[in-house]
Design a binder for this molecule. Structure first.
Ligand code: FPP
Length: 220
């Protein structure tokens, strides 16, 4: 059965670059091809929802040159690829705390979302400056605000109420989470949303994760 919603922790760009004696950025840049390929495979197989972990809250602690290079890469990808997403009837959404990104990057993100918001072929969600704990804490904060405003009783705070406030609440549940590079950790990804998901830990480093590897993960 084809899963409706697949989430991917894209890992191994740095190790991939090291294999070629190159800077880590070389791996991130090559990772873009794997992003494209995973979108193409999802379209071919009829996977309607793909969520990708592009940048975690913890990634800010990487060397500043790598963080800046990644930000430039995100800008470039947004500029270069969004038109193609739109032409393919793909809706793009970004989840995470955007306030730490530059205002130009925030603007590009909002523009890309606005352009593609009515597309219904497939939904691509990119998690950027996202952390599962941040997500749960933010949802709790929104509920607390409602209680403080008197529009909600504390007794009404239950799983359904929190679920309504959390990222991806409008989307189908995640059936499968794939992490590449052989690492077997969740790394503060969608902690709440992955409660009932299945996991596949694929051995390939992210830039090597092609259609065949994606098929193998689904088969698994
Ligand atoms: C993990 O590899 C990868 C990242 C932190 C960045 C992922 C970014 C991309 C693939 C490009 C942009 C994507 C989009 C959707 C615009 P790592 O650096 O942790 O690798 P390592 O574990 O081998 O060091």
């Amino acid at each position: 059965m084809t899963p409706k919603h697949v989430a991917i922790i894209m890992d191994g760009n740095g190790r991939w670059a090291r294999k070629f004696n190159k800077e880590r950025f070389f791996g991130h840049n090559s990772g873009i091809n794997a992003v494209r390929e995973s979108i193409d495979t999802s379209l071919e197989l009829g996977i309607k929802q793909l969520t990708l972990y592009a940048f975690s809250s913890e990634n800010w602690s990487r060397p500043s040159a790598e963080v800046s290079a990644l930000m430039e890469l995100f800008m470039l990808v947004l500029k270069r690829e969004v038109k193609k997403l739109h032409e393919n009837d793909i809706r793009l959404s970004i989840i995470g705390d955007r306030q730490r990104f530059s205002s130009s990057l925030q603007k590009s993100m909002s523009r890309a979302e606005a352009l593609t918001r009515d597309n219904s072929g497939m939904h691509l969600v990119v998690a950027a400056n996202y952390g599962g704990r941040w997500d749960i804490a933010s949802a709790a904060q929104r509920l607390a605000r409602k209680v403080a405003e008197g529009v909600m009783s504390p007794d009404a705070i239950d799983e359904t109420a929190l679920d309504r406030e959390i990222c991806l609440s409008q989307e189908p549940p995640i059936d499968l989470c794939i992490r590449t590079s052989g690492e077997q950790r969740i790394s503060n990804f969608l902690l709440w949303q992955l409660a009932y998901a299945e996991f596949v830990f694929a051995p390939e480093l992210w830039p090597d994760f092609d259609g065949t590897a994606f098929d193998a993960a689904l088969e698994d």
